[in-house]
Write a new protein. Structure first.
Length: 611
């Protein structure tokens, strides 16, 4: 039967008798100025009454496995304990009385001699996550000015993790608070007496598994913690004692890649769940929201579907695999982690801020690589329609959840021919049908497409795809990678910053059509090498055609003249879709916009996926 040992401690008694270690699987120190200042002010308010008790809450701990007596792992309460520890360090640094400094020092650290007489130092409170233990040591053992400590940390070459930054800031706030409010030895003495004797907490100690379960209860399902933190503690409460170290290691393989690539853990967790499970929410739309993630894990049906309760390590392995895929996708790589032209094309158009499609990519990841890559190409065509027509993201999110279920069924088919057939049926039923419904909206959007109507990176990608498409046809369907056009610049054929005489000429020739509206239209844009772009400058069209002739891409060269095709079928085919122009006015911009729109429909279309 599980036993709970409950003790009421003053700060003095707790740190005189106990050692507290924050395990590396716990979340790091996250308190900001607001929380640190609030604790300082709360303690300060009680200073006038020597009998007044200030209760700072409950600290939940578990005896450290293999540790010395009264050594505990902190399960809940580390933010308060570390902040109290920093206050003690600041008091020792500011105090001038040697006896008091010595007493505070014993609350900060214990120095135990070994057989050789060497003193082994153990800090009374020590976070063991990355780099923070070293920082605590520097603060605890230094009486130098704060700037010297910060300078040493910053010049050490150690990574500036969030916890390091937060602890340094907290210590700076504490030093300033004490210096401003307790500016003499007498006041510091009274403050220390109040802190050590009148500030108390209740310590609950039990075995690690029970402690994590108690943690769930006292945190009222996550007040102050996010669902990723709660899921971690939930999983730690399910493993057997001998699996604890393994789970710590594996959990790091989940959090470290997300943190290292600055990906939001909760966004990943939402997409992971929607890609892999039935996440039907109270709203019945399948969209799991951040504040509903933890409750979702506690549902009995979801406990069974994930299997985390009986086999937590297997569930963690699944999360880890999905994290790796998620990071691959964010880096424009395929499911195998290698650079992928189709993924680059997709991500260049959607942009870094858009990641809803990861739900479908994660669900489709079990498909064979070649089939997966073809699916990505169809997904880009679908997203092109929806992004250009400015479809609300909520509509996509609802669809993606429902479609992920269909895709999971398809990935479970073992027969490759049947699997491909079902995938094509899916793409036609959902992608193609929805695209056809958007056709009129897309026609309208494309006819009015300008650099003002979409982001510059999307316009650049659109022009790159057009240039690639024309070049592949011109060179006889040779494989040409999109990346080779990335160094080209967007050229405004009608200059973006025209000379005065050019704008006057335009007004005379096109009295009813705005120059500023015309210069930003898709039909007025092409891609050009930067060296040629500089020479072309802001001149009239006839003064720029010589630079267009020298371009390496046929889409730009075709403005000046179409190449004699001879008997080459591919060149005949592409020439029929392009035109050259002797002059450049509103009529020709309209004509070229129409021709580019026809090419767009050739590029972003649904094609058959082949096994």
């Amino acid at each position: 039967m599980t036993t709970l040992d409950t003790q009421k401690y003053t700060i003095n008694n707790a740190l005189k008798n106990c050692f507290y270690i924050v395990p590396d699987y716990q979340r790091e120190y996250v308190w900001k100025e607001k929380q640190v200042t609030q604790l300082l002010e709360d303690i300060n308010e009680q200073m006038g009454d020597s009998s007044s008790i200030h209760f700072i809450g409950t600290i939940l701990v578990s005896p450290t496995i293999g540790g010395k007596e009264n050594c505990f792992d902190v399960i809940d309460g580390q933010q308060r304990l570390i902040t109290i520890f920093l206050i003690l360090c600041a008091l020792r640094a500011l105090s001038e009385d040697d006896k008091r400094k010595d007493h505070i020092g014993k609350l900060i650290e214990d120095n135990t001699p070994d057989n050789e007489g060497n003193l082994n130092t153990q800090f009374r409170i020590l976070p063991s996550y990355e780099d923070t233990d070293k920082l605590i040591g520097k603060i605890a053992q230094s009486e130098e000015p704060f700037r010297s400590i910060r300078s040493k940390i910053e010049s050490s070459g150690s990574p500036q993790t969030d916890s390091v930054t937060n602890i340094l800031k907290a210590y700076e706030i504490i030093l300033k608070f004490l210096a401003d409010n307790y500016d003499c030895e007498t006041k510091l003495k009274k403050y220390f007496g109040h802190l050590s004797k009148n500030v108390i907490f209740i310590q609950i100690s039990t075995d690690i598994s029970s402690a994590l379960k108690v943690f769930e209860t006292i945190n009222e399902r996550g007040v102050g913690l996010n669902p990723m933190d709660l899921l971690k503690n939930l999983l730690f409460s399910k493993v057997k004692g001998e699996e604890f170290e393994e789970l710590k290691t594996e959990w790091k393989k989940i959090t470290s890649p997300l943190e290292g690539n600055k990906e939001k853990p909760l966004r990943f967790l939402r997409y992971f769940l929607m890609a892999n499970y039935n996440t039907e929410s109270k709203q019945k739309d399948g969209i799991i929201r951040e504040d509903g993630i933890y409750d979702w894990f506690l549902d009995k049906d979801n406990i069974q579907s994930t299997g985390y309760q009986d086999k937590p390590l297997r569930f963690v392995e699944k999360i880890k695999k999905n994290v790796n895929l998620y990071i691959h996708f964010s880096k424009n790589c395929g499911k195998d982690g290698n650079p992928s032209d189709v993924m680059k094309s997709l991500q260049r158009f959607t942009g870094k801020a858009f990641s809803l499609h990861y739900i479908l990519l994660l669900a489709a990841a079990p498909l064979p690589k070649s089939v997966f890559d073809q699916f990505v190409a169809q997904l880009e065509s679908f997203l092109f329609f929806f992004i250009i027509t400015k479809t609300p993201a909520k509509e996509l999110e609802r669809n993606f959840f429902n479609w992920a279920k269909k895709i999971r069924e398809i990935t479970g088919i073992s027969d490759s021919e049947v699997q491909t057939q079902k995938l094509n049926e899916f793409v036609n039923k959902y992608f193609k049908n929805d695209m056809e419904k958007k056709k009129d909206d897309l026609d309208h959007a494309l006819k009015n497409l300008t650099t003002d109507s979409i982001q510059s990176y999307r316009m650049k990608h659109l022009l790159m795809r057009l240039t690639q498409h024309v070049e592949i046809s011109f060179q006889g369907n040779k494989e040409i990678f999109l990346e080779q056009f990335n160094s080209l610049q967007i050229e405004h054929i009608l200059p973006n910053n025209p000379k005065d005489d050019l704008q006057v000429t335009w007004g005379n020739n096109n009295p009813e059509i705005s120059y500023d509206d015309s210069k930003i239209r898709l039909g007025n844009l092409t891609l050009l090498e930067s060296s040629l772009n500089k020479i072309a400058g802001n001149n009239f069209y006839n003064d720029k055609v010589n630079e267009y002739k020298n371009s390496t891409n046929y889409l730009t060269r075709s403005l000046v003249a179409l190449v004699d095709s001879g008997k080459t079928g591919s060149i005949i085919n592409i020439n029929e879709k392009l035109a050259s122009y002797k002059k450049w006015d509103a009529e020709h911009i309209e004509d070229r916009q129409s021709k580019l729109i026809n090419l767009i429909y050739e590029i972003w279309k649904i094609s058959e996926i082949k096994a």
